[in-house]
Design a protein around this ligand. Sequence first.
Ligand code: 3PG
Length: 307
Amino acid sequence: MPKVLIATEKPFAAEAVNKIKAELEAAKYEYEFLENYTEATQLHAAVADVDGLIIRSDIVDEAVFNAAKNLKVVVRAGAGYDNIDLKAATAHNVVAMNTPGQNSNAVAELALGMMIYMARGMYNGKSGSELSGKTLTLYGYGWVPRFLANMAKGVGMKIYAYDPYISKDLMTQDGVTPLETVEDIFKLGDYISLHIPATAETKKSINDKLFGLMKDNAIIINTARKEVIDEEALMRAFEAKSKFRYASDVAPDNAAELKEKYADRIFCTPKKMGAQTGEANVNAGVAAAKQIIGFLEKGDKTYQVNK
Ligand code: 3PG
């Protein structure tokens, strides 16, 4: 009987836990949950005898693969898989997958909420501004920005996107105007929403050059990854542009200093919470369980990311 470990330092909602259990029980799989753990050694001990592993932003590195002698498949219940060492997965003959799209509506709703929150001066009681008629530029055009574009249309925004990996026709069909360069994203946006993964190429890529192109009163919404920001350049952007504002789902490393100097222009969630809804947890968690069963029973490798 195959065994699956669900290792979530940030646990799924109870409803999702029950649905994941039901999925695995129907397949007659054994399972174990490791939630709220604080040490990597706890994860190493828990993976020792499992065939499949479901995670969220949990770190799955060489040490985890070394400890998981029977592991055949790891599924990141979510979109970004920068927390999995893909080379190590391949070297250990483990298939790594994500669950694209499953939690995207939740992240898009958080981005929209952050836009309104920043437009209204973080609800400080003073006169703010409206989203209607403003320009939203989407850096990346995967699932989250597609959902966000649809929502932003509803509030009357003009929407542009840049993504060299996505067809411009798709953007046009969605009523989104494609842009030719990343520079255009930063030049045009009243609201600039980031939707790029953290890769060797994108880490610290939002730098002085791109910040320098922004309007003085631009607002960046970051529900992607903090690593894509050059944080020293971010500090300089606050200094250089007196009305620039930044809202981020997970604080930059220099958040304390930024908040001390620019308290009314920066907002960060206390813990990454874009995908923290019951609905997103159910969608991504159940998809992950189904993908593990599909792979172990039929060799289905749809959504494999370490090819
Ligand atoms: C993702 O990449 O899917 C999101 O960042 C959500 O991450 P989480 O599962 O840790 O909340």
